[in-house]
Design a protein around this ligand. Structure first.
Ligand code: FES
Length: 580
């Protein structure tokens, strides 16, 4: 695919504010000049918005103001006019009930920030899980030239000679305490070792996955995803990104030029190869909806089915993002996909060239981190999409994080009505449950636990853990952290709170899981299922006002990306009428 730059120079949208001698032009320019900008900066050069998700309460993005300075340097060098703009920062580790409830709010805010202001091009400065998809979604809806640069992962955590992977170690250690393998004091000591530097989670969790998705989609410069947050090369990447966005504006290279069906298929296959987070399913479906590209759950299953997971990172494997970077990072993985005929080489990227061209020179420096196919962590590593009477609209499972012996399983359901019910009963040794059972949790989907909490990887009952058992089949309409693992069926749709079949599962029902056959089945008759659904009544709403209510009322199902219907599609960037 070739890209034909638009004629340059041309009048950019920022000139609607700054390019003229009207009262309104003087008003807009005059106010900005209170920051000491000389007259010639308003000569028609691109105004580049550096949309910054920095926040003290988003520690994963805590270093983005420093990176913003490097982006600015790049923009100045290339002849642009950089302006740093703070945008909504939904932190994964502080926002309640879950940061996911605010992804759409953040995306909506970013879209309006871009459209309503004199921004000709945008650098999306992101990192923590929801910041990357929300900014890409907002940018896609405006279709203003945009480029992603992420903050990069933290350095490895180390505790007693072992790697401590963000999140993954937290889940493991909390299970070890329940199993009597670790003391609370040791857990507190480990806390000191978990987060050694600025940056995002150092596992292949959702932040690293979404950074990889941005790169595989072609929305970030090649090599961006894996550079540690504190590595000097991260700052170089920021500066190069600043330079590049100016040229993108000159060429009018827009998100809709890059976010094609081929780009999404590349990203889906990449997710299978890296053992990426199940959260990417929801975010890419939502992003595709913003650009009007037809991507469905079936595309996830079709494209991911034959992709081996070759990146040996937690939670599926043993290393962390720092080692992935040293091994060559994502370009190596994309090159391997290309060599296997699994990459659309001619998909365009923000660089102005094709992804195949970008990665053809990549080299693998450590084949224990980026594995040969014969040693893949999972031969079929792509997200499996399950269907059946329990999930008519689909559910997902991550094969690389699941236990092979549980991929085909029939077990007795032990049902928890919601997360509170689960917490109240799971540690009770009187609970009638063993490792052959299927744990079921309801009412944790987009509407049920607004935002769809990351609780799908329910911790196992202590009495099972004490037997040395580390995995059981779990089913819910929740999400799970990208750092988590287990044979966990997620995103069951329709969700329980919307009256999906999950709502009427009862303790004692038998459930069949067959990942190879892509089947999830509640073993009751059609008549019994229909009768239970007819008798079902929805749970009382958790919120009756404010954004939370708006979210519950407007959010779509997980199977289409949990976006708001009114936000779907590319609404462009026509300048709103000036009201002064
Ligand atoms: Fe922010 Fe993991 S919690 S990147």
């Amino acid at each position: 695919m070739t890209f034909s730059p638009a004629p340059w120079p041309r009048r950019l949208r920022s000139q609607e504010w700054y390019g003229g001698t009207s009262r309104d032009n003087i008003y807009h320019r005059g106010w900005l000049k209170n920051q000491g900008y000389p007259d010639d900066l308003f000569d028609g050069r691109p105004v580049i918005g550096i949309l910054n998700t920095w926040s003290d309460l988003t520690p994963c993005n805590g270093h983005l103001r420093e990176l913003a300075e490097k982006v600015k340097a790049g923009v100045w060098e290339a002849g642009g006019f950089p302006v740093e703009v703070p945008v909504f920062s939904a932190s994964e580790n502080t926002f309640r009930p879950t940061a996911m409830m605010y992804r759409n709010l953040a995306a909506m805010a970013v879209e309006e920030v871009m459209r309503a202001q004199p921004i000709d091009g945008a650098v999306l400065l992101v990192g923590c899980d929801k910041t990357t998809p929300s900014l890409m979604m907002g940018a896609a809806s405006t279709d203003i030239p945009s480029i992603v640069v992420t903050g990069g992962p933290m350095l490895n955590g180390w505790f007693r000679g072992e790697r401590v992977g963000s999140g993954t170690a937290l889940w493991q250690m909390s299970e070890d305490i329940k199993a009597g393998k670790m003391t609370q004091e040791e857990f507190l000591q480990a806390e000191q070792a978990m987060s050694r530097s600025s940056g995002t989670c150092n596992t292949m969790g959702t932040a690293s996955t979404m950074a990889s998705m941005a790169e595989a989609l072609g929305m970030a410069l090649s090599g961006n995803a894996a550079i540690p947050g504190v590595d000097s090369r991260r700052r170089v990447m920021a500066q190069l990104t600043g330079r590049r966005i100016v040229q993108m504006v000159k060429d009018d290279l827009k998100p809709s030029d890059i976010l094609t069906k081929q780009a999404f298929e590349n990203a889906i296959r990449c997710n299978g190869a890296i053992g990426g987070s199940t959260n990417a399913v929801i975010h890419l479906l939502a992003l595709a909806g913003r650009v009007g590209v037809d991507v469905t759950l079936d595309d996830w299953d079709r494209c991911g089915r034959d992709v081996p997971t070759i990146v040996n990172l937690m939670p599926s494997g043993k290393y962390l993002m720092e080692e992935f970077f040293y091994a060559g990072g994502l370009p190596v993985v994309l090159k391997r996909l290309s060599e296997a005929g699994m990459l659309h080489d001619d998909a365009l990227t923000v660089s102005g060239t094709t992804i195949g061209e970008e990665v053809k020179g990549a080299q693998n420096w450590n084949d224990d981190v980026i594995l040969p196919v014969e040693k893949a962590l999972a031969a079929s590593g792509g997200i499996a999409v399950l269907r059946g009477n329990l999930a008519p609209n689909g559910a997902v499972l991550k094969p690389s994080a699941a236990s092979p012996h549980l991929m085909k399983h029939r077990g007795r359901a032990v049902v928890f009505e919601d997360i509170d019910d689960y917490k109240a009963r799971i540690n009770d040794d009187a609970l009638d449950i063993d490792e052959t059972c299927v744990m079921v949790m309801k009412n944790c989907g987009p509407k049920g636990y607004p935002g769809m909490s990351e609780v799908g990887n329910m911790g196992l009952p202590p009495k099972v853990l004490k037997k040395g058992i580390t995995d059981m089949v779990r089913i819910s309409d929740a999400r799970m952290s990208g750092t988590a693992y287990g044979t966990v069926v997620l995103h069951t749709a329709p969700e329980a709170a919307a009256g999906g079949p999950l709502a009427v599962v009862r303790t004692g029902d038998m459930i069949e899981l067959d990942v190879e056959a892509r089947r999830i089945h509640l073993d009751i008759s059609d008549e019994e299922l229909a009768a239970r659904l007819a008798a079902w009544t929805p749970p009382a709403p958790m919120f009756t006002s404010g954004y939370s209510k708006m979210f519950v009322d407007m959010v779509e199902g997980a199977d289409t990306g949990a976006d708001f219907t009114i936000l779907k599609g590319n609404r462009g960037h026509e300048v709103p009428r000036d009201s002064h």
